[in-house]
Write a protein that binds this ligand. Structure first.
Ligand code: URA
Length: 258
């Protein structure tokens, strides 16, 4: 699986003959504990699949009555970098996949500009079902309500608790309000690293591609360049953290009891 080398790491399952992988940990997993055994990519995939199947029947809020699909998330289950958006729109609701509309195409382009595809990262949303309201006989997207976000939060917590990424990128303000802090302002705080989130050691918010698509001319280009640069910095942060972890593993601190 050469794609993992992008982050300068080996995330493949153990080769035959190597020590057996640890047994799967029971879900739900705590997000904050550092004491847990690291799961293999296969175990992460299986746990995420099982969690996604449970989420598919979710009725924790009224969005379950109007959704077509639960949009759980997709990508590399062992990704060191996870992108979390706001919630599914019409195309995502119709297909069950995150970021497949115009905003998703732009996000794919930005990943590609940084040498990545969806197979290098994991992509999901704070809300797993489309928030929409009926207007003139059609469902139109609306911002998610606070109760809908909090009802959905346990799914995200379990999801990130399985993946345990090194870095989470909040795509847009509502995601940053949920993951980083509740008064987050994308205009002044985007691009800054935060280390206070229970979801990952390092978190940062970036412009939402749907916001960029609403801009024109130089403003569009400037915001797009900023998103490309921010995602590049996130990739670089993963590389640095991996290097740091390797160095720590090579020379672990001496035990007090040696
Ligand atoms: N916008 C989001 O925030 N998430 C999606 O999945 C699609 C559009």
């Amino acid at each position: 699986m050469s794609q993992f080398s992008l982050f300068d790491d080996r995330l493949e399952p153990a080769e035959p003959g190597q020590p057996a992988a640890p047994p799967p940990a029971p879900a739900p997993l705590p997000v904050t504990s550092d004491e847990r055994i690291e799961l293999s990519p296969t175990e992460k995939r299986e746990l995420l699949e099982a969690l996604g199947q449970r989420a598919a029947g979710c009725e924790r809020c009224a969005l379950s009555r109007t959704r077509t699909h639960v949009v759980f998330g997709e990508g590399n289950p062992a990704a060191p970098l996870v992108l979390v958006g706001e919630g599914p729109g019409e195309n995502e609701d119709a297909t069950g996949r995150p970021f497949v509309g115009r905003a998703g195409k732009l996000l794919d382009e930005v990943l590609a500009r940084n040498g990545m595809t969806r197979s290098h990262v994991y992509i999901c949303n704070i809300l797993k079902c489309r928030a929409a309201e009926m207007q003139n006989g059609r469902y139109l997207n609306r911002p998610p309500a606070a109760e809908e976000i909090s009802s959905c939060q346990p799914w995200l917590e379990e999801q990130l608790g399985i993946i345990r990424p090194l870095v989470v990128l909040c795509v847009g303000g509502p995601s940053a309000n949920t993951i980083i802090h509740k008064n987050f302002r994308i205009s002044s705080e985007r691009g800054r690293w935060f280390t206070n989130s229970p979801y990952a050691g390092w978190t940062m918010a970036v412009f939402h591609p749907a916001y960029i698509l609403r801009l024109q001319g130089p403003a569009y280009q400037a915001a797009l360049d900023t998103l490309i640069e921010d995602i590049g910095r996130a990739r670089q942060k993963v590389v640095e953290l991996r290097r740091q972890l390797k160095e720590e593993q090579a020379s672990p601190p001496r035990s007090l009891f040696d």
